[in-house]
Design a protein around this ligand. Structure first.
Ligand SMILES: C[S@@+](CC[C@H](N)C(=O)[O-])C[C@H]1O[C@@H](n2cnc3c(N)ncnc32)[C@H](O)[C@@H]1O
Length: 278
């Protein structure tokens, strides 16, 4: 690959998604781009980049999606889900007991495993039968991933990673060699393509934001922007869950860690205007 082409791709990717290619090897980039080249009929990366330079948006979108890392699994980083199940959910069920409404956002949902894991924990409480309105909003920059989440169809290997057998039996039905998420969970989750660099204006009053294992791919400016916007859509007594290697430290003063609760953050007191006043 020509250094010029790598430089162009690096810049384009960063501008469109905040993602950094870093020191990615040419073979890695070519491997990720191979399906896009086949789909759009390019023999090599140079031809593809030449076309990108002409500003073909569909191609640029496909390239951006192809460069994403969509690694995920059900109940990934189990300690975070334990915190959600044992601390966050009981607190919110008490606090929202009269409104009976919960809005949880899986902000980089990949193929939906995170959103459905959340839905399974919510389903344990049979909230719909108790009159609660539950919205799990699942978004990702990759339209392909979002479509997979909507389908709710997972391979054998995917359901074997992290999903307890009891939950597989309770919430999935087998279709050939795959497993389909049941209707009661799918009713709770709404999928939508969304780029975290865009305005969060359509999101509001969120009780919990799961923004896990995505900041680690973004550049400093994008990380700051994402945390800043999360602090605006999150309710003052809401919660933020980050991935185990991620932290707002050095990026945002809007969140405080909850000691002893891996990955869990709450809006910082100083960041709340109504508490800062007086
Ligand atoms: C490693 S997966 C994390 C999935 C899940 N949150 C988890 O922890 O298992 C990272 C996801 O972030 C998405 N992503 C990367 N940049 C993004 C952006 N700018 N806006 C929205 N999603 C993005 C990728 O498409 C990918 O599906």
């Amino acid at each position: 690959m020509k250094p010029d082409d790598v430089a162009y791709l690096t810049h384009m990717l960063r501008r469109r998604s905040g993602m950094m290619l870093g020191r990615a090897k040419p073979e890695f980039i070519e491997g990720r781009l191979a399906p896009v080249m086949r789909r759009f009929g390019f023999k090599d990366v140079s031809g593809l980049v030449a076309e990108l330079r002409h500003g073909r948006d569909a191609l640029a979108r496909a390239v951006t999606e192809a460069m994403t890392t969509n690694e995920s699994s059900f109940f990934r980083d189990r300690p975070s889900f334990d915190v959600f199940e044992q601390l966050v959910l009981p607190a919110l069920l008490t606090r929202r007991g009269s409104a009976k409404r919960l809005r949880i956002w899986s902000a980089a949902c990949a193929a939906g495993q995170e959103a459905y894991s959340i839905a399974m924990l919510l389903d344990d409480h049979k909230l719909a039968a108790k009159g609660w309105t539950i919205d799990v909003i699942a978004t990702d920059i990759s339209a392909e991933m979002v479509a997979r989440g909507e389908q709710g169809l997972y391979g054998h290997f995917e359901v074997q990673r992290g999903l307890p057998v009891r939950r597989l039996v309770d919430h999935f039905s087998q279709e050939g060699s795959s497993w389909r998420v049941g209707e009661n969970l799918r009713r709770m989750v709404t999928f939508r393509p969304f780029n975290l660099l865009d305005s969060f204006g359509w999101l509001e009053d969120i009780d919990v934001v799961f923004c896990r294992n995505v900041l680690m791919y973004l550049d400093h400016k994008a990380k700051v922007g994402v945390l800043d916007q999360i602090s605006e859509v999150l309710l003052p007594d809401g919660y933020l869950m980050l991935g185990s290697v991620e932290t707002p430290q050095g990026l945002s003063n809007a969140f405080d860690p909850v000691p002893g609760s891996p990955g869990l953050y709450v809006p910082a007191r100083a960041a709340l205007p109504r508490q800062a006043v007086g």
